[in-house]
Design a protein around this ligand. Sequence first.
Ligand SMILES: *[C@@H]1O[C@H](CO)[C@@H](O)[C@H](O)[C@H]1NC(C)=O
Ligand SMILES: *[C@@H]1O[C@H](CO)[C@@H](O)[C@H](O)[C@H]1NC(C)=O
Ligand SMILES: *[C@@H]1O[C@H](CO)[C@@H](O)[C@H](O)[C@H]1NC(C)=O
Ligand SMILES: *[C@@H]1O[C@H](CO)[C@@H](O)[C@H](O)[C@H]1NC(C)=O
Length: 430
Amino acid sequence: MAASSSFLLFSASLLFFIVSPSSQASSRPKALVLPVSKDASTSQYVTQIKQRTPLVPIKLTLDLGAASVWVDCEQDYVSSTYKPARCNSAQCNLARAKSCGTCSDGPKPGCNNNTCSLFLTSPTAATFGEVSQDVVAVQSTDGKSSGKLVSASNFLFTCGSTFLLDGLPSSVTGVAGLGRSKISMPSQFSSAFSFPRKFAVCLGSSHGVIFFGDGPYSFLPFNIDISKSLIYTPLILNPVSTAPVSFNNDPSTDYFIGVTGISINEKPVSLNKTLLSINKHGHGGTKISTAAPYTVMQTSIYNAVVRAFIKEIPGIPRVQAVAPFGACFNSTGIGFTRVGPGVPIIDLDLPNKEVWRIFGSNSMVHVKDDVLCLGFVDGGLEPTTSIVIGGHQLEDNLVQFDLAASRVGFSSSLLFQRTTCANFNFTSAA
Ligand SMILES: *[C@@H]1O[C@H](CO)[C@@H](O)[C@H](O)[C@H]1NC(C)=O
Ligand SMILES: *[C@@H]1O[C@H](CO)[C@@H](O)[C@H](O)[C@H]1NC(C)=O
Ligand SMILES: *[C@@H]1O[C@H](CO)[C@@H](O)[C@H](O)[C@H]1NC(C)=O
Ligand SMILES: *[C@@H]1O[C@H](CO)[C@@H](O)[C@H](O)[C@H]1NC(C)=O
């Protein structure tokens, strides 16, 4: 216990010296902001940063649970500030990259001798990639609009290969890992600029925003600061990795919350509660993910929720289901409210009687004329994680990850507050 906490302390101070801000201390930003757009063909959420010297804009798919940032270094990676991480260096330690290697067709970015590497996976492929550092620049913010570009000079990332881009949107050249690790984007920005270990994700069906650092998180047209009205629930650490492949007995880098039940129109749905907790193999529980376009539930939970929902929506004819959904309705009889189709309210019940309330705009998916489907997906009988709260359910909700206080803050639908995640005041980068 003592050993591991002093290790934590050691690596936190290490990170501060490794990722250094290159802007003057006097202009140190309080927070940073990144734009997010949803790629229509893949339903992935994509952001853009600037990297390298000279700076070039690069697009990255967001992955809330991924440990690190990776970028394709095989194509068009030109930078005078690229630095591979040497074996056994502080950088390799921080990245927990234990494998050490040589590369025959270098030296070039992604291919150097005596460097450490991390295992990278895509939906269809996997490979080792060189751990590296380069300059990363993003816009600062006062929480109300975007401000001048600031840079972190030694941002740690992994050099991936072009074939790993398979399955990502065509404009994208890597993945922005926001996960629970020391080298994720939020951890590195907090260290580089010494701001609180918090970040907030606000996804949209077309545009959204991510904030690194504390609020305000203000949205037009009324400049409402959403950070003032968040409800909090404890962040849960899953002690067992939930990544497709893991080497070091590392804990999961995914963000878990303690859903205790699900209610529809405030009536509890009867569920197998064992599935809601995390067992000793790291299976079960509820995580939040930007990689799943819709919330995925273990089969018995999914079936119980669909049955209960149908029971609460009498008189609305069901129509032929449209995959991947299992329950679709003729929408002509469904009214419309400020928070989307007027359908039964779905609550994810949380400790201390808190609820994450899901209204029609987040529960229903418009699949074609006259047809609305319940936007949840059957995850099979034995998924690693029982409930994965996915993109559609997160859209136009602001979710803050407060790593220092180990809690998650959520806003419920911003539509109630007459705004959306697309309404952050982005001004062009200075
Ligand atoms: C790595 O070392 C090997 C053997 O010494 C050498 O042939 C190769 O060119 C080196 N590669 C790089 C990228 O320096
Ligand atoms: C957006 O931000 C810019 C820069 O701070 C400001 O001049 C402008 O008035 C803001 N727009 C709105 C609609 O508030
Ligand atoms: C509940 O889920 C657990 C974990 O999958 C399983 O072992 C158990 O048999 C289930 N209980 C019931 C009553 O289905
Ligand atoms: C929905 O119901 C309306 C009115 O009853 C009907 O005209 C329409 O064909 C139905 N649409 C579908 C997709 O079933």
